[in-house]
Design a protein around this ligand. Structure first.
Ligand code: ZN
Ligand code: ZN
Length: 132
């Protein structure tokens, strides 16, 4: 069975996921934009029984940002980490995976809230690293 691992930037928290993953969800809602400071959040939806913390299970801090919206971050480095607020699924922040996923984005949600800058301009530049 496929096992994937993920971790925060400082490495204090790490997890593993068993089995196949359907693809990445991107949430563009205003809460995800504010809470990440980015265009939204990239999520893998994983059934609870296939998710396991490897270390640092108690090394997170959960921010209650709205009644039904929380964000869990590593206590040391602040990386947004898998959310365990749902009874059935864990919402895993896709950027914390350690290795390539082999799958792309399958679903964009709250597109009506998408930031107007979250698109390419006609003269967009793509670089493998930072341009010199
Ligand atoms: Zn960390
Ligand atoms: Zn959202």
């Amino acid at each position: 069975m496929t096992v994937r691992t993920g971790s925060c930037l400082c490495g204090a928290r790490a997890y593993e996921i068993e089995g196949e993953i359907g693809g990445v969800w991107i949430c563009h809602c205003s809460l995800c934009r504010k809470a990440t400071g980015a265009g939204g959040i990239a999520i893998l939806i994983v059934p609870r029984e296939r998710f396991r913390w490897l270390r640092g299970e108690d090394h997170g801090v959960t921010y209650e940002l709205r009644e039904s919206y929380t964000m869990t971050r590593c206590k040391t480095c602040g990386t947004p980490l898998p959310a365990e607020t749902d009874e059935k699924n864990i919402y895993v922040t896709a950027g914390t995976l350690d290795e390539p996923l082999g799958k792309g984005i399958r679903t964009h949600i709250f597109c009506a809230s998408r930031a107007d800058w979250d698109r390419d301009e006609p003269d967009v530049g793509y670089f493998d690293e930072r341009p010199g």
